[in-house]
Design a protein around this ligand. Structure first.
Ligand SMILES: NC(=O)C1=CN([C@@H]2O[C@H](COP(=O)(O)OP(=O)(O)OC[C@H]3O[C@@H](n4cnc5c(N)ncnc54)[C@H](O)[C@@H]3O)[C@@H](O)[C@H]2O)C=CC1
Ligand SMILES: CC/C=C\C[C@H](O)[C@H](O)/C=C/C=C/C=C\C=C\C(=O)C/C=C\CCC(=O)O
Length: 165
């Protein structure tokens, strides 16, 4: 797939979850895996850009979606010690609402069609629909951008100075 390996490029869409952005106390391992998907996607997207792979790599974070996975909260062998907390998850589902799979399909199509998207973290929620996590204004992001230009010590000083204004 990578142009660096003779492929034609393309787009990869990794499936994370809102649980990767809003830690779910009843699903710590699931949360960790979904956070990992986000970090991996963002790192690989930058690699792809730098190495000119021609591959866009993005991730989507749907909230609760009406699929069989939602029934797993009623399975003790799946929930383990958090089985007793399933009412808290049910309450979250009721508060946040449950998306239909078509909303996820819309998100997939947007990522496929919008060729400007690389390293994007798309959120899909019942209230806001499709929108994106914004990392661009964070301090660490600023440091990282400066680090690409100079050594880490100087970069930190430059960003700290700019934050004073
Ligand atoms: N339904 C939801 O509320 C949300 C789901 N997601 C993510 O979406 C993805 C798809 O989930 P759903 O379609 O909702 O769940 P699902 O339970 O309907 O489908 C999951 C599928 O993965 C397969 N599977 C499970 N373990 C596997 C393995 N080790 N190797 C190969 N296949 C395996 C299952 O057989 C099943 O067909 C998952 O990554 C899930 O974490 C993300 C956010 C919300
Ligand atoms: C045990 C439950 C089984 C499966 C559910 C899946 O694991 C799924 O991946 C988990 C989803 C968790 C969603 C958590 C939070 C949802 C939040 C919202 O819907 C909206 C909240 C805030 C909106 C802010 C914003 O959109 O930026």
């Amino acid at each position: 797939m990578s142009r660096a390996c003779g492929g034609n490029g393309g787009v990869i869409i990794n499936v994370s979850s809102m649980a990767g952005l809003m830690p779910a106390p009843q699903q710590p391992v699931y949360t960790a895996t979904k956070c990992g998907v986000i970090g991996f996607t963002r790192a690989m997207a930058e690699t792809s850009k730098r190495e000119n792979y021609g591959v866009r790599i993005n991730t989507m974070c749907p909230a609760f979606v009406n699929t069989p996975i939602l029934k797993t909260i009623d399975e003790e062998e799946n929930m383990g010690k958090y089985f007793k907390d399933r009412d808290a998850i049910r309450k979250m589902m009721s508060n946040f609402g449950i998306l239909e799979p078509a909303a996820v399909a819309d998100g997939l199509m947007k990522i496929i069609e919008d060729e400007t998207l690389n390293g994007a973290v798309m959120k899909i929620t019942k209230t806001k629909g499709i929108h994106f996590e914004d990392y661009a204004t964070g301090y660490l992001q600023e440091v990282q951008e400066v680090v690409m230009r100079k050594d880490p010590e100087e970069a930190n000083e430059e960003v700290t100075e700019s934050r004073k204004c």
